[in-house]
Design a protein around this ligand. Structure first.
Ligand SMILES: [Ca+2]
Ligand SMILES: [Ca+2]
Length: 83
């Protein structure tokens, strides 16, 4: 799976999940601190997509979503990424 297609696939899965961004975010933010870090994202994506992405793919997707560069995804960043 190429890097760009991993990102597109994830966006499609998230958009097709029939859940709000807030619901998706809450599912992935396992410790409820208001941000999704790398391990939370990895597990959340695995659950959503049904297969694990490689650490490289996860890093690439986080970098694409993470507009403020703190290596975490907040709800605004997730919403922007999916809109
Ligand atoms: Ca968290
Ligand atoms: Ca961020």
């Amino acid at each position: 799976m190429a890097k760009n297609s991993a990102l597109e696939k994830l966006k499609n899965v998230m958009n097709d999940a029939g859940k709000s961004v807030e619901e998706l975010f809450a599912e992935m933010d396992a410790d409820g601190d208001g941000t999704i870090n790398g391990p939370e994202f990895y597990k959340g994506v695995k659950k959503l997509v049904g297969e694990a992405l490689t650490p490289d793919q996860i890093s690439m997707i986080i970098a694409a979503f993470d507009t403020n560069g703190d290596n975490r995804i907040d709800v605004m960043e997730l919403r922007n990424a999916l809109s």
